[in-house]
Design a protein around this ligand. Structure first.
Ligand SMILES: Nc1ncnc2c1ncn2[C@@H]1O[C@H](COP(=O)(O)OP(=O)(O)OP(=O)(O)O)[C@@H](O)[C@H]1O
Ligand SMILES: [Mg+2]
Length: 388
């Protein structure tokens, strides 16, 4: 039974779906189908019900079904069920009068301007195959991973990040063009310092919480980890009050104008921070772990996050696990399934969507999950023994 999550989902002209309509009635959704049938596309549509560019970070126009002429604008709408209330979240591509593409956002039919408004209702987090390299990639990917967790506790985190990036770009332009209007620069730097320290605090808080909420029971096969946000500003914040750190960051911006004018960006700030993760069993940093160990660390982090979310936040979480289950040994798989079921039984507002190519990987969930099987773009609802 579904107590909190998406109870219906509709798309038009989205990726390989000219139209799609799904009715959901469970907290665990399993999507099964051969390669290329459109499983990830469904998860991508769900990921667009949160701030950002979705789980593929694609251009908006790339998501429109490309074989329909004239090219329509894609739309995705979902009914979110929570505590007996329904909220309709809608998003889609639209073009501004100047022809640039933007995302239309609607809640209960009313246009909303900020993506943070979506985050007030729903938090979406995902593990996708591309994230297998999370610990090898540049710091920006890890920052995005942490920021997505931070939205869950403070939807205004997304506004702060947008503002910070906007001010940073504006300062870079002024410095590059040599328009050294010091009052304007000083005001930008004050705003940057204010938002910058708030961003550092929000990230540090969520990562600390996640570290503290990892499973401690000996039954967990997932690795224990230590996680921490690291960077120069993080270091200041560990020893200073927020007000003192803000002033130090403001001064750092002011004192580095000449250098920043040459390099673009800024030497200091939360855009330089990184997520450090250590595998406690091995006592080595995540980037030195094997591919399999890194995947397990990522799942362990995500599971811990859903636990914090369950205890501390009131919003519904969608957990999207794209092609994750098939790569787990059966004891990892069963533990993960058990944890997800138990969290929902204990009242977590959590709906998990999992994809795979083989029904047999999900047979353990036969009693609790809703199965959606896709064959040649036709969707079938329900488990079918003939498919396993
Ligand atoms: N804009 C688009 N218009 C039409 N089709 C598209 C568009 N973008 C992607 N596709 C197609 O959608 C199909 C399904 O993609 P998707 O990634 O969802 O498959 P999948 O079921 O997750 O496959 P796999 O098991 O290999 O991960 C692909 O064949 C892809 O080419
Ligand atoms: Mg896929």
């Amino acid at each position: 039974m579904l107590t909190a999550g998406i109870s219906s989902l509709q798309f038009s002209a989205f990726r390989n779906y000219a139209q799609l309509q799904l009715e959901l009635r469970a907290s665990l959704i399993v999507i099964i189908g051969d390669n290329g049938v459109g499983k990830t596309n469904i998860l991508e549509a769900l990921s667009l019900l949160s701030p950002g560019k979705g789980l593929r970070s694609s251009k908006l126009s790339q998501m429109t079904t490309f074989d329909i002429t004239p090219l329509p604008c894609w739309t995705v709408a979902a009914n979110l069920k929570e505590d007996g209330f329904d909220t309709i979240l809608g998003t889609g591509l639209e073009y501004t009068s100047s022809g640039s593409e933007k995302r239309r956002l609607k809640i209960n039919g009313n246009i909303v301007r900020s993506q943070a408004d979506f985050a007030e209702h729903l938090n979406v987090i995902w593990i996708v195959p591309a994230m297998a390299r999370l610990f090898q990639e540049s710091g920006s990917i890890r920052r995005k991973f942490v920021d997505r967790m931070a939205y869950a506790f403070d939807p205004t985190h997304t506004n702060r990040l947008h503002r910070y990036e906007h001010y940073l770009r504006e300062r870079s332009t002024l410095l590059r063009e040599g328009r050294g209007d010091s009052t304007w620069l000083a005001s930008l730097e004050k705003n940057l310092a204010e938002d910058g320290i708030a961003i550092v605090h929000a990230r540090a808080e969520v990562v600390r919480n996640v570290t503290e909420h990892q499973p401690t029971d000996s039954a967990s096969p997932f690795p224990r980890f230590f996680a921490q946000m690291r960077g120069e500003v993080e270091e200041w914040c560990r020893h200073m009050t927020a007000v003192a750190a803000e002033e130090k960051l403001r001064l750092a911006f002011a004192n580095n104008r000449t250098q920043d004018a040459h390099t673009g960006g800024s030497v200091f700030g939360p855009h330089r921070s990184d997520l450090f993760v250590k595998h406690l069993g091995k006592q080595i940093p995540a980037e030195l772990c094997s591919t399999g160990e890194q995947k397990m660390l990522l799942i362990a982090l995500t599971l811990a996050f859903t636990k914090v979310q369950m205890e501390q936040s009131n919003r519904v979480t969608l957990l999207l696990l794209d092609d994750v289950i098939a790569h787990l040994d059966s004891h990892y798989r069963h533990y993960l399934f058990q944890e997800l079921c138990q969290m929902v039984e204990k009242g977590a507002k959590l709906q998990t969507w999992m994809t795979g190519t083989s029904l047999s990987d999900f047979v353990y969930l036969k009693q609790s999950a809703q199965y959606i099987r896709i064959k040649n773009t036709t969707l079938y609802d329900g488990y079918d023994d003939n498919d396993s």
